[in-house]
Ligand binder design. Structure first.
Ligand code: GCU
Length: 614
C-alpha cells in the first residue's frame, strides 16, 4: 500500500510539474527581442525595400529538423550550395526567384494566391557602421509570425500581422557586405489575434516596408505630446530616453510658435514636459494644421510633423477641441485600389483617403487592424479622424491568457507607433465579439490597457446589437459600460429583412453615451443594374442607404457612422461566381475604382450636413 501511495504522490507531482511546464510554455510569448522606436519613420533610414529572394517552405524544412527541433544549420545561414567540402546544401537564395518588399506574396505570383505557410526572404546589403551608434531593423509589418537573422545570427521574432516593430542588429552587422534573412509564416492559429476565421484575405509576407534605423547610444525611444484638454493652450506629455546619462536633459521646441522647453530625464529615462503654445491652431479635419516639432536628447534628435487636438466624450456628445462633432465616415480595409493586395504605398493610401474626402468624410474607420503608417500620416495631412483597431475580431480565445498577452502586445505596438498622430481619435479594442463573461473580462482589461497607454483618445469597440422582436433592436452589450463611445454594427436590409425594414425599426440604446454606427451596408456588383428590390444590383445597395440613413438619424445617441465599406476587398468566404469572385462587394466603390450608386446617396447626405452637430 505504502509504495502505491508514494508512487501516486510522485505521479501527481510529476503531472503538476508537467502542467506547470505547459503553462509556462503557454505563457512564453513567441515575440522576443523586439521594441518600438516611436517616430522611426521620421528618422533617416536605410531602406531594404525592393527585390528579396524567396523560398516557399511549406514544411518549414529550413528551420526545423524532422523531429521539429530548430536547426543550427538552418537556411538562415544562407550557405552557397556549391561547396568545396561537398557539404550537402539543398537550398539557395541566390538561385531562387524574388518578390517585391513591401508586398503580400498572394498577389505577386498566381501560385501563391492561396498559399498559407512559411516563406523565406533573403537580401544582401552594404552597410557602413558608425562608431557609437545602435542600429535597428525597422519592420512596418510582417503577417503573421516572423523570425529574423542578420549574417546568419538570430536577432528577433514577432507575432502579429499588422503592427510595426524594431529589433536591434548592432552586434550582428559587419562593415561592408551583409545579408538579412526573414522567415514569415501566415498560417492562421486558433490562439492567434485574429483567430482562424476572418472576413478578409490572409495576405502573407513582408507586407510593409523594411529598413535600418540608426540611433545614438542614448536615444529617444518614445514620446507623448498632447494638447491639454482643460485650456488647449499647453502641450503636455513626456519624452522617454534609452541610455540617458543621469541629469541629461531633453528639449522640445515648436519653432512656428516660438515654443521651447527642456526637462531633466529621471532615473526611469522619462522627462516630463509642458510648454505653453499661445496661438496654436488646433488640428481639425477641415484645417489639419501640422507643426514641425523638434525633440532632442543628448546627440539624438527627432524632427516630427505633429498636429494637436483634443477629443473627448461628454454625455452623448463627441467633442473635438471642445465642440460637438458628428463623425461622417466610412470603413476602410487595407486593400490596394486597382492592383488589389495589401495597401502599402503612398499612392494606395492617398487614393483611398482621397475617395473618403470626396465622399464628404471627416472620419475613417481603419478596419480591422492597424494600417500602414503611411495611412495614418496621410490622415494627419488630409484631415481625417481615425478609428484605429487591433484584430480582436469575432471569436478569439478569450479564456486563454496567452491570447490576452498577444492582444496587449499588439495594442502596445499600435499605440506606441501612432499615439502622436493628430488623426487618431478612437482606439477600438474589438469587433463583433460574443458577449460572454470571458470576452467581457478580456476586453475590460484591454480597455484599461488603452487608458494606461493613452488617456487622450476615446475607447470604443464595434458591438453586436440584439433583436428584441421583428421591429425592435437593442444595444445593451455589457461591454458598453467600459467604453467611451459605443460602436455598433447592423445590417438591416442585407443580412436581415429588406431595405424598407429600416423604416419601421425601433431602437433602444442602453447607454447615454455617443454611438457610432461602425458598420451597415450591403453588396453590389459594380455595373450590375436592375430593380431596387433585386439583390446585388447597385440600386439595391443604394436602397439600403436610402432607408438606413433616416432610421439612424432617429437614434438620439448617434454621433457618427462608418458604413461598410469604402472599397470592395478580398475575402475567402465570398465566392459567388461572376458577382463576388472572392471579393466582399459591400464597397461603395469597386476594387477597380468604379463608384456605385450608393456612393452618391451617402455623398449627398454628407454634403447636405447629415448628422451635423456643429
Ligand atoms: C461584419 C464584420 C466585417 C465583415 C462584414 C460583412 O460586421 O465586422 O468584417 O466584412 O460584417 O459581413 O461584410
Amino acid at each position: 500500500m505504502g509504495r502505491f501511495v508514494v508512487l501516486s504522490a510522485l505521479g501527481l507531482w510529476l503531472l503538476g510539474a508537467s502542467m506547470e511546464a505547459q503553462e509556462a510554455a503557454l505563457e512564453a510569448p513567441f515575440t522576443q527581442g523586439t521594441t518600438v522606436i516611436e517616430g522611426a519613420d521620421r528618422r533617416p533610414q536605410t531602406s531594404l525595400d525592393g527585390a528579396w529572394h524567396v523560398i516557399e517552405d511549406p514544411y518549414f524544412t529550413g528551420l526545423y529538423s524532422f523531429h521539429h527541433e530548430e536547426k543550427k544549420d538552418g537556411w538562415f545561414l544562407n550557405l552557397p550550395w556549391q561547396q568545396g567540402d561537398q557539404k550537402l546544401v539543398e537550398y539557395s537564395f541566390a538561385h531562387s526567384p524574388t518578390l517585391r518588399v513591401p508586398g503580400d506574396w498572394n498577389t505577386q505570383r498566381d501560385s501563391l494566391f492561396f498559399y498559407e505557410g512559411p516563406m523565406w526572404y533573403e537580401r544582401d546589403f552594404t552597410y557602413h557602421v558608425s562608431a557609437g551608434k545602435r542600429v535597428f531593423l525597422h519592420v512596418g509589418a510582417a503577417n503573421y509570425k516572423s523570425l529574423w537573422w542578420v549574417n546568419g545570427q538570430k536577432v528577433c521574432q514577432h507575432e502579429g500581422g499588422f503592427t510595426t516593430y524594431d529589433c536591434e542588429v548592432t552586434a550582428q552587422l559587419k562593415d561592408g557586405a551583409n545579408f538579412v534573412v526573414a522567415a514569415v509564416d501566415n498560417t492562421r492559429h486558433a490562439d492567434g489575434v485574429p483567430t482562424l476565421q476572418t472576413d478578409w484575405w490572409n495576405y502573407g509576407g513582408l507586407t510593409r516596408s523594411v529598413s535600418l534605423v540608426e540611433v545614438p547610444t542614448s536615444y529617444i525611444t518614445g514620446y507623448d505630446l498632447h494638447l491639454d484638454r482643460a485650456t488647449r493652450t499647453r502641450l503636455e506629455g513626456w519624452v522617454q530616453v534609452v541610455g540617458a546619462v543621469a541629469g541629461e536633459t531633453v528639449t522640445v521646441s515648436v519653432p512656428e510658435l516660438k515654443g521651447n522647453t527642456s526637462a531633466v530625464v529621471g532615473p526611469d529615462g522619462r522627462a516630463l514636459v509642458s510648454l505653453a503654445v499661445p496661438g496654436l491652431q488646433a488640428w481639425t479635419p477641415e484645417a489639419p494644421k501640422l507643426y514641425t516639432v523638434e525633440l532632442a536628447a543628448g546627440s539624438d534628435a527627432v524632427h516630427e510633423q505633429m498636429g494637436f487636438k483634443t477629443i473627448e466624450a461628454r454625455g452623448t456628445e463627441i467633442l473635438l477641441n471642445g465642440k460637438p462633432i458628428f463623425l461622417r465616415g466610412v470603413s476602410i480595409h487595407a486593400e490596394a485600389p486597382y492592383r488589389t493586395g495589401r495597401a502599402d504605398t503612398e499612392k494606395d493610401v492617398t487614393t483611398l483617403l482621397g475617395w473618403a474626402k470626396e465622399l464628404g468624410c471627416n472620419y475613417v474607420r481603419l478596419a480591422h487592424y492597424p494600417h500602414d503608417e503611411l495611412m495614418t500620416r496621410a490622415a494627419d495631412r488630409m484631415g481625417l479622424l481615425v478609428w484605429s483597431e487591433i484584430p480582436t475580431y469575432w471569436a478569439i480565445e478569450f479564456s486563454n491568457p496567452a491570447v490576452l498577452a498577444k492582444a496587449k502586445q499588439q495594442l502596445g505596438e499600435e499605440i506606441a507607433r501612432d499615439r502622436n498622430k493628430a488623426s487618431i481619435g478612437l482606439w477600438s479594442i474589438a469587433n463583433e465579439t460574443p458577449a460572454t463573461e470571458a470576452r467581457t473580462r478580456f476586453l475590460t482589461e484591454l480597455a484599461g490597457e488603452v487608458r494606461r497607454l493613452d488617456d487622450q483618445r476615446l475607447v470604443t469597440a464595434a458591438l453586436l446589437v440584439r433583436s428584441a422582436g421583428p421591429n425592435e433592436k437593442v444595444v445593451d452589450d455589457r461591454l458598453g459600460a467600459v467604453l467611451d463611445v459605443i460602436g455598433m454594427n447592423e445590417y438591416i436590409g442585407w443580412y436581415e429583412g429588406r431595405p424598407e425594414t429600416a423604416d419601421t425599426m425601433r431602437w433602444t440604446v442602453a447607454y447615454q453615451k455617443p454611438v457610432v454606427v461602425s458598420e451597415f451596408g450591403g453588396g453590389a456588383k459594380a455595373g450590375l443594374h436592375g430593380a431596387a428590390g433585386e439583390r446585388w444590383t447597385e440600386e439595391y445597395e443604394a436602397s439600403i442607404y436610402e432607408h438606413t440613413l433616416p432610421m439612424l438619424a432617429k437614434i438620439p445617441q448617434v454621433r457618427g457612422m462608418s458604413p461598410w465599406i469604402l472599397m470592395d476587398f478580398r475575402s475567402p468566404s465570398r465566392q459567388l461566381p461572376g458577382v463576388q469572385d472572392y471579393f466582399n462587394r459591400k464597397g461603395l466603390i469597386s476594387d477597380q475604382g468604379q463608384k456605385k450608386a450608393a456612393f452618391g446617396v451617402l455623398q449627398q447626405a454628407y454634403r447636405a450636413g447629415y448628422g451635423r452637430a456643429e
